[in-house]
Design a protein around this ligand. Structure first.
Ligand SMILES: [Zn+2]
Length: 287
């Protein structure tokens, strides 16, 4: 029997905390975990007007953050672990624009750093697309932060028109589990000390979000989800036509550029394999 996910009133809690919170916290470490690859035959779908017919390989990462008092927070869950048993990858058919791979299951990468899926008590996804929500069902003990607009796109009356993979969110309906969704209507300071902050950045999907993480040695970083698929798209504000709202995405990019300039955050573009080539990957970590 399926029951409705628990929705907690995040806004009221946030309002109660505002004004009295120390914003000087830092996260202890952040693991950048390889969470698949997405091979495309024609990059121009993501770079309108350029790269016609050019194949490309998009990287796909999950980010595991450890807070000194608050424990683990997971950002994005990558392609589904089951793709690891498909040597030729998964595609929706011979004409599908993407073939998705998972070289090493997320559950194995987590095990390498001593973390079980049930250790994750808080998580969020940049958005609900399959390359970010592929393993969400592993995290049955986690509270999931999701913009109300994304929640309604997934589970609301018009869910079908958004074509989002609702099956990836079955865990939210598992009887007897404490997991649930805390819906957000904007930014959310996860640990209340400014170290890990979810930023509302709509456009790619109705409730797309980004993540700001402060680390002691690395400094602040901004994980921009799919606001841009390549760093050059970020720089030039190039947005693919398949976005929920292209203008909204462009505005979110502008807002996050201003935010990154203000905070000094390094921008990390999840799918840009080249930009991420020199970033240390799990089991090593950024601190
Ligand atoms: Zn993506």
């Amino acid at each position: 029997m399926i029951r409705k996910a628990i929705i907690l009133a995040g806004a009221a809690l946030l309002a109660a905390c505002a004004g009295s919170v120390d914003r000087s916290g830092v996260a202890e470490r952040m693991y950048v975990i390889e969470c698949g690859e997405n091979h495309v035959k024609d990059l121009s779908r993501w770079t309108p007007g350029a790269n016609v017919g050019k194949p490309y390989v998009f990287s796909d990462y999950c980010y595991l953050v450890k807070h000194p008092e608050g424990g683990w927070f997971l950002w994005d869950t990558g392609n589904p672990d089951k793709y690891a048993s498909m040597p030729n990858g998964f595609s929706a058919g011979p004409t599908a624009p993407i073939t998705a791979f998972m070289r090493k299951p997320l559950v194995d990468s987590l095990k390498e750093v001593g973390v079980a899926p049930t250790d994750i008590k808080q998580m969020a996804m940049s958005h609900s697309h399959g390359d970010h929500s592929g393993n969400a069902n592993l995290f049955t003990k986690a509270l999931v932060y999701m913009q109300i607009t994304e929640y309604e796109a997934l589970f609301g009356a018009d869910a079908k028109k958004y074509n989002l993979p609702v099956a990836n969110f079955e865990f939210l309906h598992t009887p007897g589990e404490p997991a649930g969704v805390r819906t957000l209507t904007g930014d959310h300071d996860v640990f209340g000390d400014g170290s890990v902050v979810i930023k509302s950045t709509p456009g790619h999907t109705p409730g797309h979000q980004s993540l700001f993480v402060k680390l002691r040695r690395t400094g602040p970083v901004l994980l921009t989800g799919d606001l841009a698929h390549l760093y050059s798209n970020w720089e030039n504000e190039i947005v693919p036509g398949f976005n929920y709202n292209v203008d909204m995405t462009r505005q979110s990019i502008k807002d996050m550029k201003a935010f990154a300039a203000r905070t000094g955050a390094k921008v990390m573009v999840n799918h840009d394999k080249g930009q991420n080539a020199l970033v240390v990957k799990a089991p090593l970590f950024l601190d």
